[in-house]
Design a protein. Structure first.
Length: 260
């Protein structure tokens, strides 16, 4: 068997050359990082879970009309994806104040936002993924205005769908990160959802969970939170309380899918 060619290795995944032109194999690692990769460790089985969760969410998003790079899962750690040109912008969607948003603006963590906020960050680990504005994106040519319109529209659609999906199993979606890429078809490129959607890394949010404890890799593993494979549709989500009792509630009813 010939050794497959590695294309790229990141903090959480490895990309290999795919079996057909225009495809890649995405391998999910057990490596875990926090604080912009300043803290590192390994969580056994993390890659397997991230692969299955990402497969599940990308499949559902594809069924509701969101174009993605996902083709199919190959095994417990790998999935076949379409090769795209990654746009160097991390898109963060926020529904509840937490982490850096609370620190920047002095908003109490756990405060529901009047509307979802979309933020953009330049994808560069060496620079700490700095926050950027639309003007930066246009000035440096990272994406066209048409592409940014498509990205914003898809981010809103993904947020609406995921909020409803998680609310049905009594989970509140705090915030999450998306990445997009250009899928080239001859001389034409269209923007599609890429990378992954999984609870891989999250911000430091004391009201939601203690990141320092969560990433203390020497501590014994905690009991997992088990969710039904086919959950029953639950009641409509209620307004999120902001009392001190709510802030001390278990992190089991809250979910963050990103760090920024």
């Amino acid at each position: 068997m010939s050794r497959r060619r590695q294309i790229y290795e990141g903090k959480a995944k490895i990309l290999y050359e795919g079996p057909e032109p225009g495809t890649l194999i995405q391998y999910f690692k057990d490596d875990a990082t926090a604080f912009n990769a300043q803290k590192r460790g390994t969580i056994s089985g993390k890659g397997v879970l991230n692969n299955r969760i990402s497969e599940y969410l990308f499949t559902l998003l594809g069924q509701v009309g969101v174009p993605t790079h996902f083709i199919r899962r190959l095994n417990m750690r790998e999935q076949l994806i379409r090769q795209v040109e990654i746009i160097p912008i991390e898109v963060v969607v926020r529904n509840v104040a937490a982490g850096t948003l609370s620190k920047r603006l002095g908003i109490e963590e756990g405060t529901p936002l009047p509307r979802a906020i979309i933020e953009y960050y330049y994808k560069d680990d060496a620079l700490g993924d700095p926050m950027i504005a639309d003007e930066h994106i246009a000035c440096f040519g990272w994406a066209s205005q048409e592409e940014m319109n498509d990205i914003a529209d898809m981010a809103v659609r993904v947020n609406d769908f995921l909020c409803g999906l998680f609310a049905a199993i009594q989970i509140r979606l705090i915030d999450f990160k998306l990445e997009f890429g250009r899928l080239w078809e001859n001389d034409y490129a269209r923007v599609i959802l890429a990378d992954e959607i999984s609870p891989d890394v999250r911000e430091e949010a004391p009201g939601i969970g203690n990141l320092l404890e969560d990433f203390n890799f020497s501590q014994p593993p905690r009991a997992p939170l088990l969710l039904p494979v086919h959950p029953e549709v639950g009641p409509a989500s209620e307004p999120v309380p902001t009392s001190s009792a709510a802030k001390s509630a278990s992190a089991a009813d809250r979910l963050q899918l990103t760090a920024s």
